[in-house]
Design a protein around this ligand. Structure first.
Ligand code: F6P
Length: 357
């Protein structure tokens, strides 16, 4: 008999349900008897003992369902070791609830912050297996996270639609794509949709270079320019500021986000009409794409195998087209950035895409 606690933490994404279904179906198909406890709203459920015992029927029909049947919340790692407003020690509470239910293992689905807490729980002696979710694809130790491909599809669709309007009106359009710290989503959606300029956090931009790229297109007879700009895109000037100075600058910024700032600067320098589109959370929503359904199911199934074999302390990841188990201590606290020297960036540049650098 295996008693498993499961939770989804951090921002939601597509295929969380597919991954959980993969775990449970594989466990149920084994000879082992299994009990599943679903903690609600992320680590909060584990801290405050808010859970539901789940049956096979809970996992039926959810392969294609977006969001998470368990609910989720953000519980920042830096607050996890601080007592709550009533003085409760959160780490102690999570351990107590784990032992109270006599669990064999926790299956934790999450991104970067979630993995820091999962690793802390491992260090505290709990058995943990994790699954890599995030539309940002920024989790260290895996080439791919589930949710990413679905979000690429949505952001690509959005830019595709903007293309026709940009062409009809002869305008400059900026589509702001999710990703505060890394640019995988913007880079892939931008390339997939034929964006002319791609601005990502890892490659700080010079607004004059961005303007040059727009002017050059005009000179070459193009009626419009499309920019895919990551939420976290940063100018070369701002990249020189300390973290604290930049944070302060953002607090006082008169624009709702970077796309509007870039739009204003382009308008001033070129006199062009510029429009901004922000698909926002639509990028995390709806049904997972077929790739993510398959990928998340595979990861879930391999996570179940680890549990059946009694192997704990790993994230199930994907490296060089193989499913792999990655020690949690290798994953926690690190991000997977787009290297400015990555071949995909070089290829994008050879295709004529400007990064404003
Ligand atoms: O980490 C996923 C993500 O969608 C990021 O791309 C984005 O910057 C952030 O979450 C938005 O967070 P929230 O849903 O809390 O507004």
């Amino acid at each position: 008999m295996k008693r498993i606690g499961m939770l989804t933490s951090g921002g939601d994404c597509q295929a969380l349900n597919a991954a959980m279904r993969g775990v449970v179906k594989t466990m149920k198909n084994s000879k082992e008897e299994v009990e599943i406890y679903g903690f609600l709203d992320g680590y909060r459920g584990l801290i405050y003992s808010n859970y539901r015992m789940l049956q096979s029927s809970d996992f039926s029909g959810i392969l294609t369902k977006g969001g998470t049947i368990l609910g989720t919340s953000r519980t920042p790692f830096k607050t996890i070791t601080e007592p709550d407003e009533n003085g409760l020690d959160k780490v102690k509470a999570m351990k107590q609830n784990y032992y109270k239910l006599n669990l064999d293992c926790l299956v934790i689905l999450g991104g970067n912050g979630t993995h820091k807490t999962a690793n802390l729980l491992r260090e505290e002696g709990l058995n943990v297996v994790t699954l890599p979710k995030t539309i940002d694809n920024d989790l260290y130790g895996t080439d791919m996270t589930f949710g990413f491909q679905s979000a690429v599809d949505i952001a690509t669709d959005c830019i595709d639609c903007i293309h026709t309007t940009a062409d009809s009106h002869g305008r400059v359009f900026i589509v702001e794509v999710m990703g505060h710290k890394v640019g995988w989503l913007t880079l892939n959606a931008g390339m997939a949709s034929g964006a002319d300029i791609i601005l990502i956090p890892e490659i700080p931009y010079d607004i004059d270079k961005v303007v040059d790229a727009i002017e050059n297109r005009k000179k070459n007879g193009s009626r419009f320019t499309i920019l895919a700009v990551a939420e976290g895109a940063i100018s070369k000037q701002d990249a020189k500021l300390s973290k604290k100075e930049y944070k302060k600058k953002l607090e006082n910024r008169k624009y709702p986000s970077v796309a509007y700032e870039v739009a204003e600067q382009i308008k001033e320098k070129t006199g062009e009409e510029v429009r901004v589109t922000v698909p926002g959370h639509t990028q995390r929503g709806g049904s997972p794409c077929p790739y993510d359904r398959v990928f998340a199911s595979r990861l879930g199934s391999e996570a179940a195998k680890l549990i059946l074999d009694g192997e704990y302390g790993f994230m199930v990841g994907y490296k060089n087209r193989e499913i792999v188990k990655v020690p949690l201590e290798e994953v926690a606290g690190k991000l997977k950035y787009v290297s400015p020297d990555a071949s995909i960036v070089k290829e994008a540049k050879m295709l004529g895409i400007s990064f404003g650098d």
